[in-house]
Structure formats: structure tokens, C-alpha cells
Design a protein around this ligand. Structure first.
Ligand SMILES: *Cc1c(COP(=O)(O)O)cnc(C)c1O
Length: 358
């Protein structure tokens, strides 16, 4: 605390990201990064962009990248907004589109950055509880027609559970007077995208990231797709904040990534196959594993404390994520899908730990 801080800063509860420790031989399954390197085309594009041109500012409109994203999804350039990671895109979304008199609705268990942005921008956020099985219940949102917007992740984090496209459509139809933000950070690993619903739903905004399914968490690129009027609002905020959120290396790398369909399809398929093997292995060890459409699984063991499991794994240089709060998920571990070798090492370590504990 400091007397020089503004009142807002005193009231903040910042987001705590998963740790990024420097430990030799670490198996890192705690922040849902891709276990494989990015595509060769991305690395080449970054190398080519890194020369003499770095003395010049990058394109403030990110036209080439936005065109590549628009082409990939079959939408117009005017429907695409990019930012420094989808976290920055989300921050601008909260400021530009979700800050209204009525409360913002969001799942009580979801990406924990959402309430942080709400607090930062003075937005009243009303958590809507997931059901007993930790699923999002659309009816609970439709029962609150006076809202300042809805934000949810699909698949949800940290559960990994996907919402049916028909359910999102029902949400959009029943909630036409505020923006519905669908954060699709993990959609490429098995859920259906709400992008299919853009036509006829001017209040839909779909947020994506290159951090997970494009293996570019270190490059910091995210984007969103929606009606041009939503994009215009976001651009006004962005141009009141930072004209150049993406540097030349990020623009070049991300553009190449969006064009490399073969690498993308292959990598997603590998991770999905590893996930299914990991789920089977965990089930064999007695874990309850939630159905995952993401590059991570959310699992609990009926006879072993989750915090203890996480600590024992850490002692064996394997990092997974444990959330002590909320209480309802305190006995779960969120485990990112690694390479098959990493998943095998995790299962072997768990087998040892459980044999000692039981
Ligand atoms: C990882 C993640 C993000 C953030 O992605 P960046 O583009 O790396 O900022 C956003 N939403 C959810 C649900 C995520 O899990």
C-alpha cells in the first residue's frame, strides 16, 4: 500500500498467472501452453521481420494480420480486432462493450481474469453459478434479461467443458440487448465455434488467442471477431490506449501462423489424441475426469487431497495447476495436455504418489 496509489489501485485484486519457474527438466503442465514448437513458417517470418525494419513503427491497423485472420474464418476485415494477447483484447472489451449500468453476468467458475477486469473498470459483475456437474446453464442467464453483457469461456476454463452451439444460439436469441462475449481460447481442441452464429447476431463477439492452439503464448497475440460496430468501439478504446499493441515480430509471426493450416490441423489432432490417452490413464488411476474439449483436463481423486498431489508432483518437477478457491473446485487439478512422453511421466508420478498415500 502507498499513499501515492490511486483509490482504484488500492481496491484491485490482480490476476495471478500460473508460475513460470526456471527448473531444469521441468514438465510444465500448469498454464495450458502448447508442448510443441510453433510452425517453421512462423519462426522464419519472425526472423525475416527482425532486421533493419525494427527502427520503424509497426502497422497500427495490423492490416495484413487482420486480413489473414479474416481469410481464415471467412469474415470481413472490418469484423476483426487484434491485441497483445487475448487478455488485452478482453480488457478492451470490458471497457468498450461491457461497462454499463446493469450488471455483467459471468459464470461463478470461469477464467479468473474476468472479475479482475470488472474490478479494474468499475463494472458490477454478477456471478451465475455453474450447475452441480459444473456445466453452464443458459436458462440462468436468460432469467436475468436486465444485464450489461454476458461473458463466458467455451470450452469453459478451468473445467474444459464445452457448451453446445445450440445453447449459445439460445443465449443470443434471448439476450439481444447486450453483448455476449464467447472466449474461445480452447475451441480448437474440440468444441464448435460460435463464429457460425455471427450472421444475424450483431451482439456476438468471439474472442480467440494464438497462445494455445498456435503455440505462440510467448508472442502475445489474440483477436476477436464480431459485427463492425463492436470492432469500431474496441478500436476507439485501443487508439486511446496504445496505437501499436502488436510489434513487428508479433505481426509477422501471427500472420504466418494464421496461414499455416497444415501445422495447425496436425498439432490440434495430436493434442486431442494425447488428451484422450491422458483421460484414460487418469481414470485408470481412479481419478474422476470432467469431459474435456480443451488442451487440459480437470480431474479429482476421491482419496487424495489435490493440494497435496500438486505439491508432490512439484517435488518431482511436474507442474500442474491447483486452485484453492472457490471451494467447489478445491479438490481438482487442472492438467495441461503435454506430449505423450510428458503425460506418461505424469501418470507414472501419480501412480507412485497414490501408492504411498493409500
Ligand atoms: C489462456 C487464456 C486466455 C489468454 O490468452 P492470451 O492470448 O495468452 O492472453 C484468455 N482466455 C482464456 C479462457 C484462457 O485460458
Amino acid at each position: 500500500m502507498s499513499r501515492f496509489w490511486s483509490e482504484v489501485v488500492h481496491g484491485l485484486t490482480p490476476y495471478v498467472p500460473g508460475e513460470q519457474p526456471k527448473i531444469d527438466g521441468l514438465i510444465k503442465l500448469n498454464t495450458n501452453e502448447c508442448p510443441y514448437p510453433p510452425s517453421r513458417a512462423v519462426l522464419d517470418a519472425i526472423a525475416a521481420a527482425g532486421g533493419d525494419a525494427l527502427r520503424l513503427y509497426p502497422d497500427p491497423q495490423a492490416l495484413e494480420l487482420r486480413a489473414a485472420i479474416a481469410a481464415h474464418h471467412g469474415v470481413d476485415l472490418a469484423q476483426v480486432f487484434v491485441g497483445n494477447g487475448s487478455d488485452e483484447v478482453l480488457a478492451h472489451v470490458f471497457m468498450a462493450l461491457l461497462r454499463h449500468d446493469a450488471p455483467l453476468l459471468l459464470p461463478d467458475i470461469s477464467y479468473s481474469f474476468y472479475p479482475v477486469y470488472a474490478k479494474l473498470y468499475g463494472i458490477d459483475a454478477e456471478p451465475v453459478a455453474l450447475d452441480e456437474a459444473l456445466h453452464i446453464r443458459v436458462d440462468d442467464y436468460l432469467a436475468r434479461p436486465r444485464n450489461g453483457g454476458i461473458v463466458l469461456a467455451n470450452p469453459n476454463a478451468p473445467t474444459g467443458i464445452a457448451l453446445e452451439l445450440a445453447e449459445i444460439e439460445r443465449l443470443l436469441r434471448g439476450n439481444r440487448d447486450s453483448v455476449v462475449v464467447v472466449d474461445e481460447a480452447y475451441v480448437d481442441f474440440g468444441a464448435r465455434s460460435a463464429l457460425a452464429l455471427l450472421d444475424g447476431h450483431p451482439n456476438l463477439l468471439v474472442v480467440r488467442t494464438l497462445s494455445k492452439s498456435r503455440a505462440l503464448a510467448g508472442l502475445r497475440v489474440g483477436y476477436c471477431v464480431g459485427a463492425p460496430e463492436l470492432i469500431d468501439g474496441l478500436t476507439r478504446v485501443k487508439d486511446s490506449f496504445n496505437s501499436y499493441p502488436l510489434d513487428r515480430l508479433a505481426l509477422a509471426g501471427a500472420t504466418a501462423a494464421m496461414r499455416d493450416d497444415a501445422w495447425f490441423a496436425d498439432t490440434c489432432a495430436r493434442i486431442i489424441a494425447s488428451r484422450e490417452q491422458l483421460i484414460a490413464g487418469l481414470a485408470e488411476l481412479g481419478f474422476d475426469v470432467l469431459p474435456s474439449a480443451a488442451n487440459f483436463v480437470f480431474a479429482r481423486h476421491p482419496a487424495a487431497d489435490a493440494a497435496r498431489l500438486a505439491a508432490e508432483l512439484r517435488a518431482r518437477r511436474i507442474l500442474v495447476r491447483h486452485f484453492a478457491r472457490p471451494e467447489r473446485i478445491a479438490q481438482f487439478l487442472r492438467i495441461s495436455v503435454g506430449t505423450d512422453a510428458q503425460c506418461d511421466a505424469l501418470l507414472q508420478a501419480l501412480r507412485e504418489i497414490l501408492s504411498q498415500a493409500l
